[in-house]
Ligand binder design. Structure first.
Ligand code: KIV
Ligand code: NA
Length: 275
């Protein structure tokens, strides 16, 4: 299994780091089979798996439940789990307890937190406790209410300057990697060149050290409208619906199950039963 040292080495070697989200046993299994470098159990599970319209309702219990399932499917891959909304803001004790549970009960290898400012102290505390922390800047979906929607961040000089400073501060606080979401490609490039730690971009251009996308978005599985930064590499949902329609039609027509999918009792046993 690759670890934080390998990711740093990959950055130094200019080798792109591939990350994908996963939320359960099959997605973990298939992501590992496809040979990704790391898996994110993202709180995006609230949207793509649980059907909420934001990540706000996702709980620590949800993250533990889904991380355990992913781990059963991907035993050989570095797993980062999101700390969900408000699970690292109430108090230091609460933050550390939630982090401990996701690491010990679920078995995540690293935790991801959104934002800088007050969160920098959290990154420091977790790092000192031995938890590898992945920072997340730019569009931070847990703050969608404050940001006023899912929009590109850092487009003007002032907000770009703040983002550059925040990125540096996250690294100094001990973050092992930085997810950069929905920022202009120039900013993605600049931050990646400035930091020692690897950056993982999503909608941040091609110059970040790695890329991450949501599993369901990559394969078009149960999703509707997707952001501009998503590229679809497979159309799984069409195939799923096609299969279920065919099953439905065959049941209605009494074509399924046929003999190939049924069990038989021997003739003599039937005779013994009915005479
Ligand atoms: O929850 C998630 O899937 C994420 C990625 C989009 C970075 O945080
Ligand atoms: Na997330």
């Amino acid at each position: 299994m690759k670890n934080t040292k390998d990711f740093l080495q990959m950055k130094q070697n200019g080798e792109a780091i591939v990350m994908v989200t996963a939320y359960d046993y099959p997605s973990g299994r298939l992501a590992e089979q496809a040979g990704v470098d790391m898996i994110l159990v993202g709180d995006s599970l609230g949207m793509v798996v649980l059907g909420y319209d934001s990540t706000i309702p996702v709980t620590v219990e949800d993250m533990i439940h889904h991380t355990k399932a992913v781990l059963r499917g991907a035993k050989d891959t570095f797993i980062v789990t999101d700390m969900p909304f408000m699970s690292y803001h109430v108090s230091k004790e609460d933050t550390m307890q939630n982090a401990r549970r996701i690491m010990q009960e679920a078995g995540a290898h690293a935790l991801k937190v959104e934002g800088a400012d007050e969160v920098l102290e959290t990154i420091r505390l977790l790092t000192h406790a031995g938890v590898p922390v992945v920072a997340h800047l730019g569009l931070t979906p847990q703050s969608v209410g404050v940001l006023g929607g899912y929009k590109v961040q850092g487009k003007d000089a002032e907000s770009a300057r703040k983002l550059l400073a925040d990125a540096k501060a996250c690294e100094e606080a001990g973050a092992v990697a930085l997810v950069l979401e929905c920022v202009p490609k120039q900013l993605g490039a600049e931050i990646s060149a400035m930091l020692q730690i690897p950056t993982i971009g999503i909608g941040a251009g091609s110059k970040t050290d790695g890329q991450v996308l949501v599993y369901h978005d990559i394969i078009t599985y149960g999703v509707g409208r997707v952001p501009k930064f998503v590229k679809s590499y497979a159309a799984v949902q069409d195939e799923i619906v096609r299969g279920i329609i065919q099953y439905r039609d065959e049941v209605k027509a009494r074509q399924f199950p046929d003999d190939a999918h049924s069990f038989t009792m021997k003739e003599e046993e039937l005779t013994a039963l009915y005479g």
